[in-house]
Design a binder for this molecule. Structure first.
Ligand code: 5AD
Ligand code: SF4
Length: 438
């Protein structure tokens, strides 16, 4: 059988999509992790910031020499960049045989055949229905312990800085029936953790003759499938963190006590220009509700430094919110203008790059302190840890995660990936907890 090599950039959704792509092509291609052996190379791309796209342009240039050496090799580009730049990419990147947007993966066999016979091809049609509902993803490059299950696609929020509504189209949910069938299969295959995925996962909604399904209900149904299955979700918009959802997370031991709740900015004026549809006050109210029902719950966030019109005072308010919440973890970025978005059309990208960098560095330094404080609080505590495997540094050290999604490293004894064990934390760094089995 011919060989397929897939390289994935960007978010967890993209990694889940690559598994769908591998499934769609599984009768034509076997997966390889050696690009030199591939007959087809697929690059699943991200457009979220300019840097992400620059990295991929560079990678495509590298692939030109591979293609010269391997006669008959086909190269295809998938994902958000395909959608954002469309057929223009075929002109600017001669290495590409075809491009396919995020809703066009069922047409890959056709694109592969047509481009082989008749030159470059593309399909970047977005769909209002496609959820790859009936496709059981091929799990590759995973530890056999935790897996992603995509439950909805697209986004209707139109945050002014963000390309996602344009690259991934309108929001649509997948039927509970196929989601639950997929989780059941994962359980049969020995998986111990599922992460329910969507760009905006908590606005999941399904209604049919059998009744209606909200995201909170779906979480509960999945959690009830097995007490030994851990359930996580990503990524959520603060506007949709309902009391019902927080109560559901609190009610089930096997729903992880970890919520990623992107704040983006601590200033109401900036949040308004970002079209985030909440205020700092509302956001802090959600955080208080989470902490009230689950004092042990970890919260992480996304922050953008130097958005259009952001003043020093706006920036100071972001730092203030970070301290007030005491985030366990944060993903932190400089604002990067993306063509076609609302902010690119409406507002000047007027914070100088140097100043963006300075603010970002301040945010990163503060998060380092907050993560350290949070980790130090855990020293002396005992956690139930799901073992994932050997640590990168040494085979004698294993690692796993606690419910709060913190990585805990411990000396390897008799445990195997997929085991639940009790670990007492003895020490920490800002990024990791260190412990021993009890
Ligand atoms: N510039 C910088 N960061 C961005 N993000 C999304 N769009 C942009 C942009 N144009 C960040 C947000 C989002 C995360 C996935 O990426 O913080 O939550
Ligand atoms: Fe990147 Fe956003 Fe597309 Fe994910 S959805 S690949 S983060 S642009």
């Amino acid at each position: 059988m011919k060989k397929l090599y897939i390289e994935t950039y960007g978010c967890q959704m993209n990694f889940a999509d690559s598994e769908v792509v591998a499934a769609i092509l599984k009768d034509m291609f076997a997966l390889t992790d050696d690009i030199e052996k591939a007959d087809l190379v697929l690059i699943n791309t991200c457009s979220i910031r300019e840097k992400a796209e620059q990295r991929i342009h560079k990678r495509l240039q590298e692939l030109e020499s591979l293609k010269r050496r391997h006669h008959g090799l086909q190269v295809g580009l998938l994902g958000c960049m395909a959608e954002r730049m469309k057929e223009e990419l075929l002109r600017t990147e001669p290495v590409l045989d075809f491009i396919a947007g995020p809703d066009a993966y069922r047409s890959l066999p056709q694109l592969i055949a047509d481009s082989r016979d008749a030159g470059p091809r593309f399909n970047v049609m977005l769909s209002e229905e496609e959820t790859y509902d009936n496709i059981m993803p091929v799990r590759y490059d995973v530890n056999g312990v935790s897996a992603f299950v995509s439950i909805m696609r697209g986004c209707n929020n139109f945050c002014s800085y963000c390309v996602v509504p344009y690259t991934r189209g309108r929001e649509r949910s997948r039927s509970p029936k196929t989601i639950l069938a997929e989780v059941k299969q994962l359980l049969r295959d020995g998986f111990k953790e599922v992460t329910l995925l969507g760009q905006n996962v908590n606005s999941y909604y399904w209604k049919d003759e059998a009744g209606e399904m909200t995201f909170a209900k779906l979480m509960a149904v999945v959690a009830e499938m097995s007490p030994d299955l851990r359930v996580r979700f990503a990524t959520s918009h603060p506007k949709d963190i309902s009391d019902e959802l927080i109560e559901t997370i609190a009610r089930y031991d096997n729903i992880c006590k970890y919520i990623h709740l992107p704040v983006q900015s601590g200033s109401d004026a900036v949040l308004k220009r970002m079209n985030r549809s909440y205020t700092r006050d509302y956001y802090m109210g959600r955080v208080r509700k989470i902490k009230e029902l689950m004092p042990e719950c970890a919260i992480s966030t996304d922050i953008i430094a130097g958005f259009c019109g952001e003043t020093i005072e706006d920036h100071r308010q972001t730092l203030e919110v970070m301290r007030e919440v005491g985030y366990e973890y944060a993903y932190m970025f400089k604002y990067s203008e993306r063509g076609g978005t609302l902010s690119a059309k409406r507002y000047a990208d007027d914070v100088p790059d140097e100043e963006k960098t300075r603010r970002l560095e301040e945010i990163i330094a503060l998060q380092g302190e907050l993560s350290m404080v949070s980790n130090q609080r855990d020293v002396g505590r005992t956690f139930r840890v799901l073992v994932e495997g050997a640590s990168k540094r040494s085979q004698e050290q294993f690692y796993g995660r606690n419910s709060q999604n913190k990585v805990i490293v411990f000396p390897h004894g008799t445990e195997h990936p997929g085991d639940y064990i009790e670990i007492k934390v003895t020490d920490c760094t800002p990024a990791t907890l260190l412990g021993v089995r009890v």
